[in-house]
Design a protein around this ligand. Structure first.
Ligand code: ADP
Length: 273
């Protein structure tokens, strides 16, 4: 019997492939027919994730870097909250990359990123990342095209360096449709408790949707490598988005097979007084 595809295989962007984001259904819910079913599966996965993260931390042999990118309202914050809930916060650091400060701009664009790359045993989550330097920078002409064009190769070299230094890298693009973005922006306008999340700037960015899709297509196809793969996560259904990310994390951590370190001595004869 043919084995079903793993989530890594199902969502991974094959290195060197031509990516067509329009051909990927943002509404996909895989084999799940209901949210209830999906939520139950996520609960089990989260317990497994908690267990694996504890081993990973104790093992102290590698670090894990999770890069999250999405259009506005794509669900980066929600994915972090729902997938990582229950994981020991001591082993996880989230970094959000905003418009660079004057000091950051006075350095090369990878400086602020490399500084916060996760140390051994840690899981680092990037909420936006160095990919902004080939996304927003390209769409808004914040740097000449000769400058950002070189960045794909620079990013691949940078991620190869991190990987060689012991960092496992997973990059998730949360794929929502333009209609779904409209619904989510409207929901933010309609609910006073969500007004703080609404920015008029998001409406301006929305007008540039096609430019962003072109920029994402290039970034994902040119920078998906064996050591640092991109995954396109169908994200119109939040519960399925969380489930897919959790699956890929569990599959990846399982394949690393982290082990508890051996005790210093034979502990059998030790008596606690
Ligand atoms: P988020 O949308 O991630 O919740 P914000 O609303 O504060 O957070 O938005 C962060 C902004 O910073 C985004 O508009 C993003 O495009 C911008 N940004 C991040 N990195 C860069 C960069 N390297 N150059 C220019 N703008 C950037």
């Amino acid at each position: 019997m043919k084995q079903p595809l793993s989530y890594c295989q199902r969502c991974g962007v094959p290195p060197g492939s031509a990516l067509d984001l329009n051909a990927i259904d943002a509404n996909d819910t895989g084999p799940f027919s209901s949210k209830k079913q999906g939520r139950k599966a996520l609960k089990q996965l989260r317990s497994r994730l908690v267990e694996l993260q504890e081993r990973f931390y104790a093992w102290d042999k590698r670090s894990l870097l999770i890069v999250l990118q999405a259009m506005d309202t794509g669900g980066k914050d929600g994915a972090i909250e729902h997938v990582m809930s229950g994981v020991n916060p001591q082993g996880v650091r989230v970094h959000s990359f905003k418009v660079p400060t004057a000091n950051e701009l006075a350095h090369d664009y990878l400086w602020r990123v490399h500084k916060v790359a996760p140390r051994r045993r840690m899981i680092g989550i990037f909420n936006r990342s160095h990919y902004e330097d080939v996304l927003v920078v390209r769409v808004h002409n914040l740097a000449p095209s000769q400058v950002w064009q070189q960045r794909y190769e620079q990013i691949n070299a940078f991620e190869e360096l991190l990987h060689a230094g012991g960092t496992t890298i997973l990059k998730f693009y949360l794929h929502i449709s333009k209609d779904e973005q409209a619904r989510r922006l409207q929901a933010r306008l309609d609910d006073p408790n969500k007004h703080w999340k609404f920015s008029k700037g998001d409406l301006k960015e929305r007008l540039l949707w096609d430019d962003y899709m072109a920029a994402y297509t290039d970034a994902l196809s040119r920078c998906s490598t064996e050591q640092a793969p991109w995954y396109v996560i169908p994200a119109n259904h939040k519960w399925y988005r969380n489930l897919v990310i959790a699956n890929i994390l569990v599959e990846t951590l399982q394949s690393l097979d982290p082990q508890y370190p051996l005790p210093e001595d034979d502990l059998a004869g030790i008596v606690v007084q």
